[in-house]
Design a protein around this ligand. Structure first.
Ligand code: FAD
Length: 414
């Protein structure tokens, strides 16, 4: 037993939110040797599950709810983690080191906030009609599935990852799909122009009609949705709508407890908030990445898991500043997109041909510095790009553009 672990005896670590971050943290903390109590609270009515498949295989009916579980039902007891479902925290009282549920209160020694994000509501007339959905929880995916089984025509509002993945899943399930995007290209906020064009064409090839530079002004119908009116006045008939127009962090509990927030709960390099003994991890946090100048809030499983692992180590006396390289993926039809790094500050790009007709990668540079790679059906380029970012090595644009150049040599180069 290490000295730091022995100090956890008799301590109670309480975690609010059992998504990827909260659940990974609970198990990580035990694995790192925490000897005190661990309680994991979820407002949801079920065991913690993987969220990404909700818009992909699960929506298509290609996988079961059981296969989505993050941990087996028995593993909570085995790791001595008290998991409480249907337990929405309504207040944090830092002065008493206590949280309140609807009809109970629990005290803590250490509190970890992992409340994730919520979908932005659709701000148009008619948004409350039947047949209109958004997707975040397992129960949302179940509802969309039961709606589309009786639908012919769907309109998807929002051309980010989630909207495009839903469009692909519904289209592959035989539904006629139109997608409406306000920006001039799909994935405008998160991907390069070249990738946007690739995904636009991919969806069009699968008979999904995409309208970019178009805004929804009203949803039509009496009780059930019948159509969507867009800003050019045109009406697109449909019998269901799914919207995915971005997410915002769940920070109300933190704000109410005087924890500093700015588009997320502000945490330092050890994921500590401004209140001692209260940490935050996952989609709800705003942190300073040591490669970026500005504060970041990421919505990704990588960030949730890496922050969780990092904090578990730190609380067991193995602290080091958080410095993980962000990575992300998306599956649409038979295409796998993998991104390592962040493209937001990209100044120039180089395209590299992949090993098959269907694969390529886009490498991003800020000045001479390599900052991100977007890989289409090209796991090798993605893996090498990720490694280069981790060891902070920049290939030259000429090396990237030359398909005969062995990228692995870059990793070995002193
Ligand atoms: P969440 O997973 O959002 O979990 C937070 C949990 O806290 C929720 O269960 C919430 O109900 C609970 N909670 C909130 N407030 C309270 C409260 N007051 N009391 C108790 N519980 C509370 N990321 C990828 O990297 N790749 C993908 O392909 C991908 N696909 C996605 C597809 C969909 C449809 C969605 C919605 C997201 C996808 N993401 C993907 C994003 C990814 O799921 C999130 O980044 C990840 O789930 C973040 O984990 P988290 O634990 O921080 O938050």
């Amino acid at each position: 037993m290490t000295e730091s672990n022995s100090t956890s005896i008799g301590q109670h670590c309480l975690i609010i939110g059992a998504g990827h971050a909260g659940t990974q943290f609970a198990f990580g903390l035990r694995r790192e040797g925490w000897l005190g109590r661990i309680t994991l609270l979820s407002e949801e009515p079920c065991l913690p599950y993987h969220r990404p498949p909700l818009s992909k295989d699960y929506l298509k009916g290609a996988t079961s709810a059981e296969s989505l579980l993050l941990k087996s039902p028995e593993s909570y007891q085995q790791a001595d983690i008290l998991f409480l479902k249907d337990s929405k925290v309504v207040r944090i009282d830092p002065s008493k080191k206590e949280i309140r549920l609807a009809d109970d209160s629990l005290s803590y020694d250490h509190l970890v906030i992992a409340t994730g994000g919520r979908n932005r509501p659709l701000p148009v007339k008619g948004a409350e009609l039947e047949g209109i959905h958004d997707l975040r929880f397992l129960s949302d995916a179940d509802q969309i599935q039961s709606t589309y089984q009786n639908s012919r025509k769907a309109v998807i509002i929002g051309g980010g990852y989630v909207g495009l993945e839903i469009a692909a899943s519904l289209s592959m399930s035989g539904i006629d799909v139109s997608l409406i995007e306000r920006e001039t290209r799909v994935m405008a906020r998160v991907a390069s122009q070249e990738l946007s064009t690739f995904f636009f064409e991919l969806h069009t090839d699968h008979d999904v009609q995409i309208l970019t530079g178009t805004e929804v002004t009203e949803i039509l119908g009496d009780t059930h949705v019948k159509g969507v009116r867009v800003d050019q006045g045109q009406v697109i008939d449909c019998d269901m709508v799914v919207y995915g127009i971005g997410a915002e962090p769940c920070i109300e509990l933190a704000l109410d407890a005087n924890i500093k927030c700015d588009n997320g709960i502000i945490v330092d390099e050890n994921l500590q908030t401004n209140i001692s003994g209260i940490h935050a991890i996952g989609d709800c946090t705003a942190f300073v990445d040591n490669r970026q100048v500005t504060r970041l809030r990421l919505e990704s499983v990588q960030n949730a898991n890496d922050q969780a692992r990092h904090l578990a180590k730190a609380m067991c006396g193995k602290a080091s500043p958080y410095a993980a390289v962000p990575w992300f993926w998306s599956d649409q039809y038979n295409v796998k997109l993998q991104i390592a790094g962040l493209t937001g500050t990209s100044e120039s790009t180089v395209r590299r041909t992949g090993e098959t007709d269907q694969s390529f990668s886009i490498w991003h540079f800020r000045g001479d510095e390599f900052i991100a790679v977007e890989a289409i059906n090209d796991p090798k380029s993605y893996m090498i790009g990720l490694k280069l970012l981790e060891i902070r090595k920049s290939p030259s644009p000429d090396e990237i553009a030359d398909p005969s150049f062995d990228l692995r040599a870059l990793i070995r180069r002193p």
